[in-house]
Design a protein around this ligand. Structure first.
Ligand code: G6P
Length: 360
């Protein structure tokens, strides 16, 4: 490939750093001559006509889909289901009269998703693909495509594609809300520009995050990532990043669910990364942190400005409440990167994994 790392030691670090530029590129690509958000008319129509959306994806793209479900339901008021692609084919849910299928795939080549696409097309349903590769199989075979504009992603662990997917899903949600004449009180393009600056501020704090990675994840075999509401979805992705490249067992968990079983695994020194970016769950997640700390956990709290408390390990800049995953995932990507680096792992090419899985 002619994509170069330049001065970067790894593609993953380069791609983490590219995220502010990707956000700005997406803003450019999705605005019209008047500087307003505008998606293709046929996509607007398809979204407006759908009585239910089914997001189909795998891995990191599935985690972006979970965030997308919340964005679309809250902003565009359409019910959304999110499915792991490999499950949908064998465990197909009851379908409504006018479903629209949304395939999220960085590569556009994942075989598990393709199998679902073939199946739903046979049933006569419409599909939209959100991908980083417009000429890809999933893009060609779907009725509509939304492009991520993230540029080639080389590292096996996905970073900039995840944030691009969430940004594009947010724009899709807002555009649909606009098409349905629902009143929203924010300008998504302006909010994304704020997000781009916030990510930039975070990528400038690599040393601090490297220290946290050494202190909390240096020698451990396992770890937990806890959050509530949308922070829970980000924790699933944060945990996936860590296990993919550092081989530390990592579990993303809903903070309130720990007490129903998983808290049994907390021992003296177990690292628990807790995320809090949502006002309504700031108090509840901090209670969950107390529950694990009482049992010996080593808690690393990542909070958003405005919700921070003394003792938090790291604070991220404030962004619009609907867009926090775009920012809160960044310290987790960097934690994973430095944890893997300090274990001498092959960051860009982790064992047993492929960038794109073209077999079912
Ligand atoms: C592979 C990669 C993951 C990726 C998943 C889905 O397992 O290792 O990083 O999230 O496939 O890939 P896609 O290209 O469909 O988003």
């Amino acid at each position: 490939s002619n994509i170069e790392k330049g001065t970067y030691p790894h593609f993953m670090l380069k791609e983490i750093d590219e995220q502010p530029f990707v956000m700005r590129k997406i803003i450019q690509e999705y605005k019209n001559e008047k500087g307003e958000l505008k998606l293709d008319e046929d996509i607007r129509q398809a979204m407006k006509e759908a009585d239910r959306l089914h997001i189909i994806a795998s891995g990191t793209s599935y985690h972006a889909g979970l965030v997308g479900k919340q964005l679309i339901e809250n902003l565009a008021e359409i019910p959304v289901e999110v499915h792991v692609a490999s499950e949908f084919a064998y465990n197909t849910p009851l379908l409504s009269k006018k479903p629209l299928f949304i395939f999220i795939s960085q590569s556009g080549e994942t075989a598990d998703a393709r199998a679902v696409l073939v199946k739903i097309k046979k049933l006569g349903h419409k599909a939209m693909t959100i991908t980083n590769v417009p000429g890809s199989t999933l893009s060609r075979e779907a009725n509509y495509t939304l492009h991520l504009h993230a540029g080639p992603e080389i590292a096996v662990a996905s970073t900039k594609a995840y944030t691009a997917q969430i940004a594009v899903l947010a724009l899709l949600a807002v555009d649909t809300a606009n098409a349905k004449q629902l009143k929203l009180d924010f300008d998504p393009l302006q909010e994304l520009a704020i997000v781009a600056n916030a990510i930039e501020a975070l990528t400038d704090q690599k040393e601090a995050i490297e220290e946290l990675a050494k202190d909390y994840l240096g020698t451990t075999r396992n770890s937990f990532f806890i959050g509530r509401n949308v922070d829970y979805y980000v924790c699933l992705e944060g945990a996936l990043k860590l296990k993919e490249i550092s081989y530390i067992q990592a579990e993303g968990f809903a903070g309130g669910e720990l007490k129903h079983g998983t808290i049994a695994l907390i021992e003296e020194g177990t690292p628990v990364v807790a995320l809090t970016t949502q006002k309504d769950v700031n108090h509840p997640i901090r209670s969950n942190v107390q529950e694990v700390v009482t049992r010996g956990a080593n808690a690393l709290i990542i909070s958003m400005e405005g919700l921070e408390q003394e003792g938090d390990a790291f604070t991220i800049p404030q962004v619009h409440e609907a867009l926090t995953p775009l920012v809160s995932i960044v310290p987790m990507q960097l934690l994973a990167y430095y944890a893997a680096l300090h274990r001498d792992c092959d960051v860009d090419k982790p064992r047993n994994l492929a960038k794109s899985v073209t077999v079912e």
